[in-house]
Design a protein around this ligand. Structure first.
Ligand code: IPD
Ligand code: CA
Ligand code: CA
Length: 262
């Protein structure tokens, strides 16, 4: 493992342990906006991660969800989600994680996702494969959409006018089913691990998808946007799959978009 990944693993484990401890205590919930929750755990985890990253890599930039990052004149930038799955966490639903991805000139080169409730550590480095607790990951081999389990997510302000409601409806008809687990980073890890055959979401931030996108490609999967354009860490939408069903799912996205369902 590179020094980058080693440091990210150590930091993710430490902040994950903090999240696990706070999960058992009374929650302090505030609202960024209506139905966009933030807890004391998000802020405490982020403060810890940013302090550790600055100590290890003072010359690197950091972009962190709760605003605690800092810019630096460096080609290296860490994307940090100190708690992915805040709504789950706040409701006592044990599906959440901490995730750190390192990009160099916009390309993700290392990533960690740590799920403290299961003690599951997902790691990847560009060209070095994807791993869960040291075991190499491989995407699924499902070839037919009709035999797939897929996943998606919704931003805090989803309405029934959102295009994704239409996708949700159609993929429910066409596949074994859809899961909406509430942590985009863990959803991407589940594509890498072969549990889900595909995952898409329309309005994700770079910290949600930096590490997970690398896990998917290093496990042999494919990343793009929902129109099939190359994956863009700073873009809005994301589509991950095992590669084999990518075109079948792109056709469905295209059909629904062609109906002008925006
Ligand atoms: C959210 C989760 C969720 C996704 C939302 C994200 P947060 O992140 O990843 O699964 O559907 O779009 O905002 O707010 O829990 O860090
Ligand atoms: Ca997130
Ligand atoms: Ca978060």
């Amino acid at each position: 493992m590179s020094d980058y990944l080693n440091a990210a693993v150590e930091i993710a484990r430490e902040s994950g342990a903090l999240l696990a401890k706070l999960f058992t205590q009374p929650m302090e919930i505030t609202y960024k906006r209506r139905s966009d929750l933030v807890t004391a755990a998000d802020r405490r985890s982020e403060a810890m991660i940013v302090e550790r990253l600055q100590r290890h890599f003072p010359e690197h930039g950091i972009v962190a969800e709760e605003g605690g990052g800092h810019s630096a004149p460096s080609e290296y930038c860490w994307y940090v989600d100190p708690l992915d799955g805040t709504t789950n966490f706040a409701h006592g639903f044990p599906v959440f994680c901490v995730t750190l991805g390192l990009a160099c000139r916009g390309e993700v080169i290392a990533g960690v996702v740590y799920d403290p409730t299961r003690d599951d550590l997902y790691t990847a480095e560009r060209g070095g494969g994807a791993y869960l607790n040291g075991r190499r990951l491989q995407v699924s081999r499902t070839e037919k959409l009709s035999e797939c389990l897929v996943a998606t997510g919704f931003p805090p302000f989803a309405t029934n006018h959102d295009l994704n409601i239409k996708f949700y409806f159609r993929f429910t008809e066409l596949s074994h089913g859809i899961r909406r687990c509430g942590s985009a980073a863990l959803d991407l890890c589940s594509v890498a691990a072969g549990r889900f055959d595909g995952f898409w979401e329309l309005k994700l931030n770079p910290w949600d998808k930096a590490a997970g996108s690398l896990l998917v490609t290093e496990a042999g999967g494919h990343m793009s946007d929902i129109q099939g354009q190359p994956f863009d860490l700073l873009g809005d939408d994301v589509f991950a799959s095992n590669g084999l069903i990518h075109d079948q799912m792109l056709e469905v996205f295209a059909e629904i978009m062609a109906q002008g369902a925006k």
